[in-house]
Design a protein around this ligand. Structure first.
Ligand code: CMP
Length: 225
């Protein structure tokens, strides 16, 4: 397994190599098949995960029973830390949307390790602050930006994290169904699809299954504003 990916996680940011190796030794690799939830919203849990390969969606149920996606995370990203820092039921359901390998770390090992590591604690605070900032930004998009603007913004975000530069543009293997993409945008499948079809007919994107190529980043950026 590529340790460089794991070591790029916020959990390891700014750590001395010996400290990082000690923490890695306390972690256990777990292979996770696509579609099988790792944990469900409301579960109790005392383990956090760092993704070494694959992708995980974090879904939460709205009060009327609909599912919305809080995030799609990929290699080097971490989830499940909230239940560790603030013991409470899991705030979302985590499900791999591609074959995934995660490294898990239990609460007791982690807290013991963190005791005399103020620099690592600060890095974690910075990570949580960034996540809150990002959540606030998407909350304000939900209020002030129309569906097509949010679809453009979501495609750009997925491209920045999972995209590969190709001759035509940026190709993103997002592994999301149309329904999941709509849940991530926070709209119905029909509305998300209408925006995607419009972008495709203007030549801004090209769609093929769970892969989208962004052909005109400039226009998408302007539409996302
Ligand atoms: P936990 O509550 O233990 O389990 C669900 C996890 O989803 C949670 O920890 C976070 O790691 C993650 N999560 C919750 N909300 C968000 C969000 N808005 N963006 C990204 N990840 C989130």
């Amino acid at each position: 397994m590529d340790q460089a990916v794991l070591l790029s996680a916020p959990l390891f940011a700014g750590m001395k190599p010996a400290e990082a190796q000690a923490l890695l030794r306390a972690m256990t690799p777990v292979e996770m098949p696509k579609g099988e939830p790792i944990f469900a919203q409301g579960d109790t849990g005392d383990v956090l995960y760092v993704i070494a390969a694959g992708k995980v969606k974090l879904g939460s149920l709205t009060s009327d029973g609909r599912e919305s996606l809080l995030a799609v995370l990929g290699p080097g990203e971490m989830f499940g830390e909230l239940a560790i820092f603030d013991p409470a039921p899991r705030s979302a359901t985590a499900t791999p949307i591609a074959p995934t390998v995660c490294y898990s770390l239990g609460h007791d090992d982690f807290v013991a390790w963190l005791q005399d590591k103020p620099a690592a604690s600060l890095q974690l605070l910075a990570f949580l602050a960034r996540r809150l900032r990002r959540t606030n930004a998407s909350l304000s998009d939900m209020i002030f930006t129309d569906v097509a603007g949010r679809v453009a913004g979501t495609l750009l975000d997925l491209a920045a994290r999972f995209g590969q530069q190709t001759a035509q543009g940026v190709t993103v293997v997002h592994d999301l169904t149309q329904e999941e993409l709509a849940q991530l945008v926070g709209t119905s499948r029909e509305s998300a699809n209408k925006a995607l079809s419009d972008f495709a007919s203007r030549g801004w994107i090209e769609r093929k299954g769970k892969t989208t190529t962004l052909l005109n980043l400039d226009r998408l950026r302007r539409r996302a504003r």
